[in-house]
Design a protein around this ligand. Structure first.
Ligand code: GAP
Length: 437
């Protein structure tokens, strides 16, 4: 029977806390709104999401390079990018129940109490303000970046001059961004401090449209390749009234979250807005010099911009399965093997038998050089399997009495639950091969 969607979300939030994937930030102080921490397993999962993205965006391509720019940049950056003047949410308060909403998130009716009586809208800039140096005055104002993209534009000339890239080429960056989100989010979907994975792909203006379509296709496919079910993913083109001030076209890649279809990533055609603006505000020429045609021009920019936290949440939601096996409920995270936080768990069948324990520990030590492994002997085998299933461990290796005699172990597959006997001296090759293909 299909479960109510909110029920699924509650179960995932609870699993995340119980198993150390995601914790409420500052919970000993009562929590901090829209802020979450990644626990031991969540840190592994999130790293795997970022590594998979970096491989696809940088390592597997000839036309891309990476960058790691700062969170705080010259404050004029945000004037030039339009964030100081345009990066606002318009907020209204319901006069009856006093709840605060973003105007673009509600119609004319309060989602909490049904009233239609609101205060006038007030514009609220989303950037976090801080001060550089010892004196906190208007002259020392700086901002925590609300997107990683601008660091890429600021380094456009540096990258061209140092890497000698020719058009079309792109610069990829993963890093923290900060937005003073005022409305409560759905778990990690909307956070104040989050990570983005952004690409700025520079192209000739006449190729921009084709390039935009190609990036949309590639980014959509990336989620599918990492295990998201196709029916849970859709593209939604922005209407002209919805486009950001810099965008000529934009489409969102949306995921069917338990709380509804919501944006995972945006792919935008930013035209030549950014490089032009920064040239104008800095006085430095950021045009591309085409040495063959002997002409200079501002390239167009195609920007696939995704959130690490939203992608991680979508992978978790999509992987969450409940099934009944031999009359018992089994919760299993069917994460792709690239994303699973733990690849192999080594489990001794009898923890009181020293030979078994030492064989299992030795196996773990050997495997952990190449694979993320755990050793667990703190429960009976049925319980140990269930613990590993609910965090998505791809393989469980069990050492039993027989193993001491025949030097073979049992390898159990998370998804099929099939078990296979594998010779100890073949185990490393067997597992690395299965985890690669
Ligand atoms: N440079 C373009 C840009 O920043 P955006 O649509 O505002 O565009 C891109 O953000 C992605 O960053 C979103 O698709 C989302 O995945 C992620 N993101 C944005 N705000 C977020 C928030 N408050 N919490 C978590 N992720 C967020």
């Amino acid at each position: 029977m299909a479960q109510p969607k909110n029920d699924v979300m509650d179960k995932i939030v609870s699993l995340c806390k119980r198993r150390g994937l995601i914790f409420q930030s500052s919970d000993i102080y009562g929590g901090l709104a829209n802020s979450w921490d990644y626990g031991p397993l969540g840190a592994e999962l999130k790293r795997n999401v970022k590594d998979a993205w970096w491989r696809a965006a940088v390592h597997y391509r000839d036309d891309m390079v990476g960058l790691d720019s700062g969170i705080i940049v010259h404050p004029t950056t945000w004037k030039a990018s339009g964030h100081t003047d345009n990066f606002y949410d318009v907020l209204v308060d319901c006069k009856k129940c006093k709840r605060r909403f973003r105007v673009d998130h509600i119609g004319d009716t309060c989602p909490n109490c049904g009233s239609k009586d609101f205060t006038e809208g007030r514009a609220f800039n989303l950037m976090f303000k801080t001060y550089l140096g010892a004196v906190a005055d208007e002259g020392s104002v700086a901002y925590l970046r609300p997107e990683t993209a601008q660091g890429i534009f600021l380094n456009f000339n540096n990258v061209i001059n140092s890497s000698r890239k020719k058009l079309p080429f792109g610069i990829a960056q993963i890093g923290k961004s900060f937005r003073n989100e005022v409305t409560a989010g759905n778990f990690t979907f909307r956070m104040r401090e989050f990570e983005q994975m952004e690409i700025e792909y520079f192209t000739r203006p006449e190729d921009a449209e084709t390039c935009y379509r190609e990036w949309l296709r590639q980014r959509f496919d990336w989620y599918i390749q990492l295990g998201i079910k196709k029916e849970n993913l859709q593209l939604r083109a922005h209407g002209s009234d919805e486009l950001a001030h810099y965008a000529r076209a934009c489409s969102d890649i949306e995921y069917n979250f338990p709380f509804g279809w919501s944006e995972l990533e945006g792919v935008a055609n930013r035209g030549d807005f950014d490089l032009k603006q920064h040239s104008q505000f800095s006085g430095v020429d950021l045009q591309y010099h085409d040495q063959v045609a002997q002409k200079k021009f501002f390239p167009y920019v195609i920007e696939p911009s995704g959130g690490v936290d939203r992608a991680t949440l979508a992978f978790l939601v999509d992987a969450y399965h409940e099934e009944v096996v031999e009359g018992r409920n089994r919760v299993v995270l069917k994460l792709s093997k690239d994303l699973a936080p733990i690849k192999v768990a080594v489990l001794p069948l009898l923890k009181k038998k020293e030979d078994i324990v030492s064989m299992a520990k030795k196996l773990k030590k050997d495997l952990q050089k190449d694979l993320v492994c755990v050793y667990d002997d703190t429960a009976a085998i049925g319980k140990l399997y269930r613990r590993q299933d609910e965090i998505g461990t791809v393989f469980c290796v069990t050492v039993d009495v027989q193993s001491l005699e025949d030097q073979c172990v049992t390898v159990r597959n998370r998804d099929t639950m099939e078990q296979e006997r594998v010779a100890v001296d073949q185990l490393h090759a067997y597992l690395t091969d299965k985890l690669k293909n």
